[in-house]
Ligand binder design. Structure first.
Ligand code: R5P
Length: 260
């Protein structure tokens, strides 16, 4: 791996712990003003000191993130259909590599839809994005989006993650499932982070992060379970405690409960 690629990856995965808490706030790219993110600046400002990087779209970077920030920007570069569409898999690459470089992004991310109507194109999009990104030592995050009819088990998640790894993704974001060790084994060394998914009880979300780390994930790219919490700052600190500090679920839950 070349210097630039290693340097950019180190802005996402902390070299001291080998782990990452990515803060995902890109939901508006197909959901519009998602609960908790209507006023994006207000939502993210208190959380930024506790994130290894911010996973966000270029439009929102320009509008709400202070260019003087120390938080690295990981850019979503795919999009297309909104939640009004039955089939969400009809995505395209919407942001150029030059734009990612202009924004000084430390990585670019896109969704791939294994099992979706446009599966083939999304896998090809990933391969092409890796081709382009590697010319600039830009890491690519592949997100294994799950279709409405897909069962989130290790067989399906393993298939999607392995396909992402085969296309050359440098990081994979997926959903936690039973038997996650098999998913980790299937990607043969590509770092895996989990998405949080829909909002669940804080303790359950911390347990999911804990189990993912135990199974070999390097961290989380979590959104709703942080910014939709009744104590978002407490929750992101608690997630950090699990991911970076090896704290138990109970210890992390106590951190979440503290309100400064
Ligand atoms: C999908 O909307 C995005 O890729 C999110 O970044 C991803 O799902 C992680 O966010 P959450 O933890 O809310 O699922």
């Amino acid at each position: 791996m070349s210097w630039g690629m290693k340097n950019r990856l180190s802005k996402t995965i902390d070299p001291k712990t080998g782990r990452s808490v990515m803060l995902a706030v890109d939901h508006g790219y197909f959901q519009g003003p998602t609960t908790g993110l209507r006023n994006l600046r207000k939502a993210i400002d208190p959380l930024l000191p506790f994130a290894n990087c911010l996973y966000i779209t270029r439009g929102m970077v320009r509008n709400v993130v202070d260019p003087g920030t120390n938080v690295p920007i990981f850019l979503r570069v795919s999009g297309g259909p909104s939640i009004l569409q039955e089939d969400l898999s009809d995505e395209h690459i919407t942001v150029s590599m030059e734009e990612a470089l202009r924004i000084n992004a430390v990585g670019v991310g896109m969704s791939m839809f294994v099992g979706g109507k446009h599966e083939s194109r999304s896998v090809a999009n990933l391969g092409e994005l890796v081709n382009e990104a590697e010319a600039y030592n830009m890491p690519v995050l592949a997100i294994t989006a799950v279709g409405k009819d897909m069962v989130r088990d290790s067989r399906y998640i393993g298939l999607a993650c392995r396909m992402a790894a085969e296309q050359g993704a440098h990081i994979i974001k997926t959903y936690y499932c039973e038997g996650f060790e098999e998913v980790i084994e299937a990607v043969n060394g590509v770092p895996v982070v989990i998405a949080g998914g829909k909002k669940i009880e804080e303790k359950a979300a911390l347990e999911m992060a804990f189990n993912a780390i135990k199974a070999g994930a390097v961290g989380v790219d979590m959104g709703r379970n942080i910014f939709q919490s009744d104590n978002p700052v407490g929750m992101i600190k608690a997630v950090n405690a699990v991911v970076h500090d090896g704290r138990t679920v109970d210890e992390a839950f106590e951190i979440y409960q503290k309100k400064d």
